[in-house]
Design a protein around this ligand. Sequence first.
Ligand code: PLP
Length: 436
Amino acid sequence: MFSRLPAEAREVLEYTLTHNRWRRYETINLIASENVMSPLAEAAYMSDMMHRYAEGKPFKRYYQGTRYVDEVEVRAARLMGELLGGALVDPRPISGTTANASVFRVLAPCGGKALIAPVQAGAHVSHTKFGTLGALCIEHIEMPYDPENMNVDVDKAVKMVEEVKPHFVVLGASVYLFPHPVRELAEAAHSVGAKLVYDAAHVLGLIVGKRWRNPLDHGADVMTASTHKTFPGPQGGIIATRSEELYKPISRAVFPYFVSNHHLHRLPALAVTAVEMKLYGEQYADQVVRNAKALAEALAAEGFKVLGEHLGYTKSHQVVVDVRPQGGGAKAAKLLEDANIIVNKNLLPYDPPDAIKDPSGLRIGVQEMTRFGMKEDEMRQIAVYIRRVLIDKEDPAKVKREVTEFRKRYTRVHYALDAPGVLEEGPDGVKLRLLY
Ligand SMILES: *Cc1c(COP(=O)(O)O)cnc(C)c1O
């Protein structure tokens, strides 16, 4: 299709528009931090707004020509706030990490202290001295881990908050089966004048779908999130709070400290996704949680060591499997990729930190396959494919052919508004002409 183009351009377009369709239409994608937008949200994303600038706040910009962007941004923020049970929302951070940076910058000075969830309970690199906290020269102190509950050790953590008197406490995680104890730690934080930040990057979609506790209802002062993990919007971040006093300085940190322009085409896509989540979010989140549990149970039944059995395996979109008997995380993830099943290798709570290149586990997320209409039966089928590759040691190429056929039955995005005539499909299905 691109044969008349110069080779450099042709190759890039083929990789992007032809070959990478494999990820969307031929693989069982189980990366826990990914999702797909609806066709309508994608159409809203592919607009002229991607070329424009709008530094500052709506109706108080440093640029002319922003009147429609302003209207969209106000709506995106309002819709997200409504979905969170009433909150002031800043939708300008271009990622979850940028959202965290803006909040952390305001809540502690350089040299200040933050208590964070232990790495074993899934803390994200941005919560650590190796990431955003380090860049802001805020000291990170890990709260103790409770292996039995696979969570923050609440009693010890409360004592630690009282002793250390941090500027803020961070909860929320990337590897995440069970909710962190927000209420207890918010109370402890408030008793020493500290704030509780809840990083909902992974679980935002479950929160707005009411299948995960809304941290703002349980004492969190500020919530940050990515808008593209369980929340199926464009890649980006938000900050939400019910406190005007916090909202103002944090918003002043987003711009100009961490973004100048905020990638405006995200905003209409975020707003459209918010409308869809208002309509279908509860159904979607319910199915995500059911699917995760079904997949965990099925994998255990097929002979895998699935973490959290004594706690019911999972309450989130994730499943975590110990694949040491199958040769370790790196090998298992590669074999599965060869069979068109995409997962990531992951450290398990009992791995040493230096096992990062070949950790013991796999982290699996079901949210994207749920969006494509899969339910509990499909989860059981996926568990069989995984068993055939990793336990029966069947040739991945053979399983791949079956996976590809199976996946072809699930290509429509569910829990989404219809978008008739929005996109035109080219000869091999490439979206050729978009709305603008
Ligand atoms: C993914 C993630 C982030 C970072 O989000 P980006 O949007 O990728 O910057 C922050 N916190 C947690 C807990 C995450 O899992």
